[in-house]
Design a protein around this ligand. Structure first.
Ligand code: KIV
Ligand code: ZN
Length: 521
């Protein structure tokens, strides 16, 4: 097989990292983009881990067509049943079950010996096969596990029905040359290894996740697990865009392909950044702001003469937009719709398009030019928030200066009613947030606040990202406006709405599970 299976775990391993949590709508939007990107498998979540995860795996299984939809499950019946139930509506589904195999994990985390772990793994794979023919088994912390035990467990789970065997470098400990030897050892010692697809899942603690993934495919591994922008636990997972572009750019070396439509890479990376509010470092390979920028005169000269002097990839290969100036205040609905479709947002309902157009006109009135990034912000604001907006900002008045106590008066609409309250604060933003808290009656703790200019010039749109904790749960909210206090208020209200939405969903799922168990018993 000369094609590498791209298994995307942005929505599972990526999303579980602090600061990357997403709402159901955000996950669905990203999953749809991952399908457009052409990933083979979407690991949509860990169904048993929370009601929120269960419902997002289920929703993605219902709505996203094309890739295999996968849920993670520990090696126990309850987890596997939850995964199977969440995956029921999927056209093609995979259950991914795992158990740790290293001495340190077995002794301190699982408190189990090798025999127990082996028995659990076999049982889990057999049980998962009752729900689907596509079962992946992972030996967590494989790179710190006893190799002979690893070979034994792999041989037995293949006999039990596993179809993909994954070798995770869970703590990012492997060194490429050593990883290669370990994989070769497994290939040579596990007699039935040719019956399955061999996979790797590398973490980036030593900055080697992509290098380890690439060495693995050189020795016969045919699935790599990775995430967009390399997000994930601690230093992250192997970056999808780096693996894919290495395989494409060095086809002469790897002699392999992927199903990825590389022209969707940049858009997917941007979408994830916009959703999470976490932007990639400028010098990040492939998708960083500077990845295709040539500063040095001597480089610029070379590139102008022949791009290949300093460019090993073309910006258009990853879908990097070349025209940034797009629309202005005289542009109509039709032109706006066309541009939005070019940005990848197709099939937008008319009602949402009306709202986008309304917001676009407001921005266009304040600015001379409306850029793609402005549109991105508007579209996401409308598309992601339509079903979950409990509170909406009606008006905001702020008094601030270096000789007065900053104060804010806020009006929020909830349903047909508008509520107003005021507060003073340490600054205009603090006063605004406090006034919002007084209206909603929910006190949030601000964990982080970031602001960036989305576009250029003095009239740029400011995008504010806040991380706020409500009742022990953290939510990321975003707001954009040419007025940064308004953007801050919108971002804060966004977190309040997400919190209220999550509470409602959790309640519904709880009621549903209670009803289900009453029916079953
Ligand atoms: O890093 C890891 O070991 C994992 C497994 C669950 C595959 O994420
Ligand atoms: Zn992992």
């Amino acid at each position: 097989m000369d094609r590498i299976i791209i298994f995307d775990t942005t929505l599972r391993d990526g999303e579980q990292a602090p600061g990357f949590s997403m709402t159901l709508n955000e996950k669905l939007m990203l999953a749809q983009q991952l399908a457009r990107l052409g990933v083979d498998v979407i690991e949509a979540g860990f169904a048993a881990s929370s009601p929120g995860d269960f419902s997002s795996v289920r929703k993605i299984a219902e709505e996203v067509k094309g890739p295999i939809i996968c849920s993670l499950a520990r090696a126990n019946k309850k987890d596997i049943e939850a995964a199977a139930k969440a995956l029921e509506p999927a056209e093609r589904k995979r259950i991914h079950t795992f158990i740790a195999t290293s001495e340190i994990h077995m002794k301190y985390k699982l408190k189990m010996d090798k025999e127990e772990v082996l028995a659990r793994a076999i049982e889990a794979v057999k049980f998962a096969r009752n729900f689907t023919d596509d079962v992946e088994f992972s030996a967590e912390d494989a790179t710190r596990s006893d190799l002979n035990f690893l070979c034994k467990i792999f041989e037995e789970v293949i006999k039990a029905g596993a179809t993909t065997i994954n070798i995770p470098d869970t703590v990012g400990y492997a060194i490429p040359s050593e990883f290669k030897e370990k994989i070769l050892y497994i290939i040579n010692r596990v007699p039935n290894i040719d019956k399955v697809i061999l996979s790797v899942h590398c973490h980036n603690d030593l900055g080697l996740a992509v290098a380890n993934s690439l060495i693995a495919i050189e020795v016969g591994v045919r699935q790599v697990e990775c995430t967009i922008n390399g997000i994930g636990e601690r230093a992250g997972n192997a970056a999808l865009e780096e693996i894919v572009m290495a395989i494409k750019t060095r086809r002469d070396h790897f002699k392999l392909t992927t199903n990825i439509n590389t022209k969707e890479i940049y858009r997917t990376s941007q979408l994830l950044s916009h959703i999470t509010g976490v932007y990639v470092q400028p010098n990040k390979a492939i998708v960083g702001k500077n990845a295709f920028a040539h500063e040095a005169g001597i480089h610029q000269h070379g590139v102008l003469e022949n791009p290949l002097t300093y460019e090993i990839m073309k910006p258009e290969d990853i879908g990097l937009p070349t025209n940034t100036i797009v629309l202005g205040k005289h542009s109509g609905r039709h032109a706006l719709k066309k541009r939005i479709e070019e940005l990848g947002f197709t099939n937008i309902p008319d009602e949402a398009l009306d709202k986008i157009f309304e917001k676009f006109k407001v921005i266009a009135d304040r600015k001379k030019e409306v850029f793609d990034d402005d549109l991105f912000a508007i579209v996401q604001e409308v598309l992601l928030d339509v079903p979950i907006k409990t509170y909406q900002l009606e008006y905001l008045q702020v008094l601030s200066g270096n000789t007065i106590v900053p104060s804010a008066t806020v009006g929020l609409r909830r349903g047909e009613e508008t509520f107003q309250d005021s507060s003073t604060g340490d600054g205009p933003v603090d006063a605004t947030f406090k006034a919002i808290d007084r209206i909603t009656g929910i006190n949030g703790t601000l964990l982080s606040y970031r602001i960036r200019a989305v576009t250029h010039g003095k009239d740029a749109v400011g995008e504010v990202t806040v991380e706020v904790k409500f009742n022990g749960k953290t939510f990321v909210g975003k707001g954009s406006s040419t007025d940064i206090i308004e953007a801050s208020a919108l971002a804060y209200i966004d977190t309040v709405n997400k919190y209220l939405y999550r509470e409602t969903i959790d309640k519904l799922i709880e009621d549903f599970s209670i009803e289900e168990s009453i029916k079953e018993s």
